[in-house]
Design a protein around this ligand. Structure first.
Ligand code: HEM
Length: 423
């Protein structure tokens, strides 16, 4: 049996069960050590599945774990052999629910191609340039409000900085009025916080939030189809590929994906980012001293360090072999981005936070390439760089002052609260 002596004690391969919630409650050093042992163990490990409490669906057949960068990379880039159409989360859902919850992230070509082509019309360089015009003022407004509402120089970084920016931007992009932002925020928390008792632990709550958000989106979409404005919802509702438009159902599901994907991920990247800059003041100094020169690599390093999305799943469409393991058609593989982003075969000294890591080997926080690569990667990079630029210019001493309250999840590497202070 493989085992390793590590900083957190001796770990045996048999002790590791990535499906066990208890594993994800262990401290981070233990988990890093466990993933390192998995990477160093030839072949792939297979884990049984656990279901969410109250789920009406039986547990699936289990999955192979891809933990090395090379294997995650290979599966992600061969979508014909490792498909998404049977689901991109570990558990199985009926097909209609897969598409309802996941939209295009749970589709394969030609469906995926059609939908991605349609929605890409809202992410052209022209659209992204238009969004750019309000990223800076929104980031500045976030700092204004922070200073206004926290005269004592302390705050919760998540609530005051990391959450409002991505939320404000995605809502503005989609044309969601200010008074509805709070509702959107609550729905996304429930959907992605599932499993963490603070948000929602039952399937019923997840379904209720999704249905409410879906109905909200359909109404917004139809309103813009009838009377277009200059927001992304209008672009999407008017867009055509081969004479076809998005149906209002397709828009509803895409809206859920976009709002959820665009919100929590960027928020968590920023929160992990400020913690990393506090824990590594030398790196903060390097970046802040010559901000523009290091921004590109620093942002990529923050996303690698944070890996806000811990995994996605694929399903093999034919018998194959990967990472020294025979995989049968129909079997699931899970791409552990967190582990690939710490793979010492690709990242020299992977546990070192280095804002100049350059040339940056391909970090996989936005996915490891292939047709599903994050549609919002450029927007997220921009939000992170502008927010840290505002912090650097107006609150250069801003730092975390305590341990984060982490989200209990093996899907989202979330931070719920993070105390911070500035002088
Ligand atoms: C730091 C922030 C973000 C991270 C870490 C992140 C991560 C990811 C990952 C890992 C995937 C799956 C890639 C794959 O399967 O190959 C993905 C897909 C996606 N992301 Fe992001 N994302 C971020 C921000 C955003 C933003 C801001 C938006 C939109 C405004 C967005 C929209 C999407 C969409 C629509 C997909 C599905 C693409 C498809 O299936 O074709 N993401 N993202």
């Amino acid at each position: 049996m493989a085992s390793a002596s590590t900083t957190s004690g001796r770990i045996d391969l048999d002790d590791i069960d990535l499906s066990d919630r208890a594993f994800w409650r262990r401290d981070r050093a233990y988990r890093e050590d466990a993933f390192r042992l998995l990477r160093d163990t030839p072949g792939l490990q297979f884990y049984a599945e656990q279901v969410l409490e109250g789920s009406p669906f039986p547990p699936g057949p289990g999955y192979w774990s891809l933990v090395r960068h090379e294997d995650v990379w290979a599966a992600s880039r061969n979508a014909q052999l490792f498909c998404s159409g049977q689901g991109s989360n570990i558990g199985d859902l009926p097909q209609e629910l897969n598409e309802f919850f996941g939209s295009m992230i749970n589709m394969d070509d030609p469906k995926h191609f059609r939908l991605r082509s349609l929605v890409s019309k809202g992410f052209t360089p022209k659209d992204v340039a238009r969004v750019e015009t309000y990223v800076r003022p929104k980031a500045a407004a976030v700092v204004d409000r922070l200073l206004d509402e926290h005269p004592d120089g302390t705050a919760d970084f998540v609530q005051a900085i990391a959450a409002p920016l991505p939320l404000g931007i995605i809502c503005e992009m989609m044309g969601i009025p200010d008074e509805d932002h709070e509702r959107i925020f609550r729905w996304t928390n429930v959907i992605l916080g599932v499993g963490d008792p603070e948000y929602a632990s039952t399937m019923d709550e997840l379904m209720a939030s999704s249905l409410e958000m879906f109905a909200y989106a359909q109404a917004l979409g139809e309103a813009r189809r009838a009377r277009p404005t200059d927001d992304l919802t209008s672009v999407l509702m008017q867009a055509e590929v081969d004479g076809e438009q998005l149906t209002s159902q397709e828009f509803g599901s895409f809206f859920i994906l976009l709002v959820v994907a665009g919100n929590e991920t960027t928020r968590n990247a920023m929160s992990h980012g400020i913690k990393a800059l506090t824990d590594h003041p030398d790196q903060r100094q390097v970046w802040y001293d010559d901000f523009d020169a290091h921004t590109k690599t620093a942002v990529e390093e923050i996303v690698r360090w944070a890996t806000p999305v811990i995994h996605f799943r694929r399903t093999a469409t034919a018998d194959t072999e990967l990472g020294g393991q025979a995989i049968k058609a129909g079997e699931k593989v899970v791409l552990w981005y967190n582990s690939a982003n710490r793979d010492e075969r690709v990242f020299p000294d992977p546990y070192r936070f280095d804002v100049t890591r350059s040339p940056h080997p391909a970090q996989v926080g936005f996915g490891a390439g292939g047709p599903h690569f994050c549609l919002g990667a450029n927007l997220a990079r921009r939000e992170i760089s502008v927010m840290f630029d505002e912090i650097r210019r107006r609150l250069p001493a801003l730092r975390t002052t305590g341990e984060p309250a982490y989200l209990e999840s093996f899907f989202i590497n979330g931070i719920k609260r993070l105390p911070c202070a500035w002088d």
